[in-house]
Write a protein that binds this ligand. Structure first.
Ligand code: NFE
Ligand code: MG
Length: 557
């Protein structure tokens, strides 16, 4: 008999997400519902305020990708004001954004997602000498790799396990047959899990050098940046570079080799396309390489139905959000300039299940040309690959060669996780170049950091960019010099989207269909696929209402 499985909350993500699935007699998932259970209202709070202040407020959508919303808001204002920042500001923004990506992706792989692939308990039985030999197969100079070091990690873990105070490692599904890595491979990645705690901290410090602080940096303004002294000071650029080199070293000697190592054990997942989902991919373009945003490092475009022989240009007018299955009033698919955010909570049914035919989440349903789209590193890499983006193609091709996997393996949970690692390398390679360009530009006598501008009486603009979890857009309408309407359509809203009016599932939901659970009591496979999107529910609903912050009780599994 078909049965329902509810995972609530999904842990190791930002915010509150509940996944409900139906499995058949063979434990194969036949249907799925993604439900965001906490309502948060910043779009509403912004109304009537000075557009120049929006950037600082919208950062509070999230505690993770704070810079992402800051920049998207500033870009939306710059579009509405008709102003472009000077070259130094563009480069400094790229450097701050690079920091966001570097520490966010590293933290995601090791601390949020890694333990869906890696069995910590198995690492205890590894032979440290064999682990050293294995690590050397994946890197000429593996990060923090020695027999004594691996032994010390085992001793540390053992103490942890024996003390019974497992902390973040408690209640996991250790020993589940869906864990495929050898004890030695597990030990290598667990050892880097510990190293990554410091590395992501160093990556976050990079942001504070030009951003003033982290989280919630404060040095962007409409028209440029305010970190003039930091930008023009060679020693500050040096401090950024020093930290950057440490992070890049880890990316090259730990993160990338670890993903290749994991892929060698999980090849089948890629070949079978487990977790692929809607197979529609969208990106807006990010990290401008020129001052007119004519070229961007991360691509822009549309790939439909997994067909990489064609990339369609993005038509912004085709973006809509609708709320047929979301706890908001209304049924029309609205373009974000005309978007509405009026809550209408109708809860779950008497048995505690989603009312799947009705409303069941706080996430809206973004659509492009009426279809659900996945956004994020995998979308960017598939679009870039299909466009023949030189660096993306080289990274993907060398990975396929190293793993012996076909290009179709990209369409999977494994592909999503690998794309994020490759993207980290792509951004690291370009960060070095932006540091050089900034120094050269200043040496050449250009010290401008801001372009003068003022709030128009009325106007509208949008900031569309790429952030760690995918395509991010902010749309602003200004009337009498204040905000008349503000809508953000966020990567995790695209990915966590519920069904739409036509009944089409969102990317998380679709990605789960057809997945077989080894043990329904331990839905490891559900968590692995959902985590591969790097969900951020805080971003996805971006609303705060003190009256309704207690929507439901959580059942911690
Ligand atoms: Ni709250 Fe975010 C990113 C944005 S969400 S983490 O990256 O925008 O999808
Ligand atoms: Mg929104």
């Amino acid at each position: 008999m078909a049965q329902r499985i509810i995972v609530d909350p999904i842990t190791r993500i930002e915010g509150h997400l509940r996944i409900e699935v139906e499995v058949d007699n063979n434990n194969v998932i036949t249907d799925a519902w993604s439900s965001i259970t906490l309502w948060r209202g910043i779009e509403t709070i912004l109304k009537g305020r000075d557009p120049r202040d929006a950037g600082l407020m919208v950062q509070r959508f999230c505690g993770v990708c704070t810079y992402s919303h800051y920049e998207a808001s500033i870009l939306a204002c710059e579009d509405a004001f008709g102003v472009r920042p000077p070259a130094n500001a563009r480069l400094v923004r790229n450097l701050i954004n690079a920091s966001q990506y570097l520490y966010d992706h590293v933290m995601h792989f090791y601390h949020l997602h890694g333990l869906d692939w890696v069995d910590i308990v198995s690492a205890l039985s590894a032979d440290p000498a064999k682990a050293v030999a294995l690590a050397r197969q994946y890197s000429d100079n593996p990060y923090n790799c020695s027999e004594s070091g691996y032994k010390a990690v085992q001793t540390r873990l053992k103490k942890f396990v024996e003390s019974g105070r497992l902390g973040p490692f408690a209640n996991a599904y250790w020993g589940n047959p869906s864990f495929k890595m050898s004890p030695e491979a597990n030990l290598i990645v667990v050892s880097h899990y510990l190293d990554a705690l410091s590395v992501s901290k160093i990556g976050a410090q990079m942001m504070a050098i030009f951003g003033g602080k982290n989280p919630h940096p404060q040095s962007l303004v409409v028209g440029g940046v305010t970190c003039v002294m930091d930008t023009l000071d060679a020693s500050r650029i040096g401090e950024y570079k020093f930290r950057f080199n440490e992070v890049r070293d880890f990316v090259e000697r730990a993160y990338l080799p670890d993903v290749l190592l994991a892929a060698s054990f999980y090849k089948d997942e890629g070949i079978k396309g487990i977790g692929c989902g809607v197979k529609n991919y969208m990106a807006y373009g990010g990290f401008p390489l020129d001052d007119g945003w004519n070229t961007t490092l991360l691509p822009r475009g549309i790939v439909k139905n997994g067909d990489i022989s064609k990339v369609f240009p993005l038509d912004e007018n085709k973006i809509t959000e609708e709320v047929t299955h979301s706890w908001y009033k209304g049924t029309d698919a609205l373009h974000p300039y005309d978007g509405k955010t009026e809550p209408e909570y109708t809860g779950y049914d008497a048995k505690g299940n989603v009312k799947g035919d009705e409303k069941y989440t706080w996430s809206k349903a973004p659509r492009y040309d009426g279809e659900p789209y996945e956004v994020g590193p995998l979308a960017r890499f598939i679009i870039g690959y299909a466009q023949g983006h030189k660096e993306i193609k080289a990274l993907v091709d060398s990975t396929l060669k190293a793993t012996g996997l076909p290009v179709t393996a990209l369409f999977s949970t494994l592909g999503r996780t690998a794309a994020r690692a490759l993207e980290t390398k792509l951004i690291a390679d370009n960060t070095e170049r932006w540091i050089g360009e900034l120094i050269e530009n200043i040496k050449g006598g250009d010290t401008r950091t801001w372009t003068r501008c003022d709030v128009p009486d009325q106007g509208q603009g949008r900031g569309m960019t790429e952030v760690p979890r995918g395509a991010l857009g902010h749309w602003i309408k200004i009337k009498n010099k204040v905000i008349e309407n503000y809508q953000a359509v966020v990567p995790s809203t695209w990915n966590s989207s519920p069904r739409d009016k036509a009944g089409k599932r969102g990317p998380y939901e679709q990605a789960l269909i057809g997945t077989k659970l080894a043990n329904v009591e331990q839905p490891l496979e559900i968590i692995r696929t959902i985590h591969s999107f790097d969900p951020c529910m805080a971003c996805a609903v971006h609303i705060i209402d003190p009256k309704t912050d207690k929507v439901r009780k959580f059942k911690v599994l």
